[in-house]
Design a protein. Structure first.
Length: 275
């Protein structure tokens, strides 16, 4: 996976009847078996058949294959899920396959039954997998328009320098420009874009700007899953930009806006100031 894959990924809700070749499915299955994330959260993937397993979504047209995944409740579980599932999505994208994150608009009971979700497990989201149809359905076009799927909040509302009192402009981002751009273009539940990042010396602190009503028993904190997606995008782009590092807990204790909580920190290996 690379930055180009992140840039070309689009949500797909209308699929053709072209089957996924066996070798492509084998590659996806192998990746799902061995996928890991920097938060140490084991994720269990399972591939499901629309007819055999009785799984479906009212917003999806033409998909026969779905992937679902789950985790055991534990610290940083949503972060690990978002990171791992997005890596899978990006692999599928690099193979020419379409996907879309689905959390609310699914027959959840059917998916949880097919996946075998236990009492201490959570299935935040699933995705169809297949080849995109040549033309979007009317339903999909309306959904994208209503959710403003291609819109993003201004750069200065999402990224900061030193603290939340100092918005960071694109022209000031330096070597962090591409990693931050890739965070900005991450997919999120109903496009709420909950990530807020603060550049602090050689570290970048990740915060979740919570929307009320998005943390549920059946999905976990879905916006923290979004934070895992953002972390995945950031690390891929940071490594390409020559900024290798690792995620760790290092809460700087900054004064935060209302409904904004510290999540994790990306610490660069070099330890030199980023800005």
């Amino acid at each position: 996976m690379d930055v180009n894959t992140i840039k070309v990924r689009k949500s797909v809700r209308t699929f053709s009847d072209r089957p996924i070749p066996d070798d492509a499915m084998a590659r996806l299955e192998d990746f799902a078996r061995h996928d890991t994330n920097p938060f140490g959260v084991p994720i269990t993937f399972k591939f499901l058949d629309h007819k055999r397993d009785g799984v479906s979504s009212p917003v999806i047209v033409g998909a026969n294959t779905y992937v679902a995944a789950k985790y055991h409740r534990q610290e940083d579980a949503e972060l690990g899920f978002g990171y791992s599932f997005e890596k899978f999505v990006l692999l599928a994208t690099s193979m020419g396959l379409g996907t879309v994150w689905l959390a609310a608009t699914i027959d959840r009971k059917a998916f949880e039954r097919a996946l075998g979700v236990g009492a201490d497990e959570v299935m935040p989201a699933v995705s169809p997998i297949g080849y995109a149809a040549e033309k979007r359905s009317v339903r999909e076009s309306l959904m994208r328009r209503n959710m403003r799927s291609d819109d993003r909040a201004p750069f200065e509302e999402l990224f900061f320098r030193g603290g939340f009192d100092h918005p960071l402009a694109e022209g000031e981002a330096g070597s962090l420009l591409r990693p931050l751009q890739m965070v900005r273009w991450s997919p999120s539940a109903t496009n709420k874009q909950p990530w807020r990042l603060v550049v602090d010396g050689s570290k970048v602190h990740f915060y979740e700007h919570r929307t009320k009503g998005y943390a549920r028993e059946s999905t976990g904190d879905i916006q923290k899953v979004d934070m895992g997606i953002a972390a995945c995008h950031f690390q891929i782009a940071a490594q390409e930009a020559g900024l290798p590092g690792e995620f760790l807990k290092d809460d700087p204790g900054l004064r935060t806006p209302e409904d904004t909580d510290y999540v994790t920190t990306y610490a660069t290996s070099a330890g030199t100031p980023l800005l």
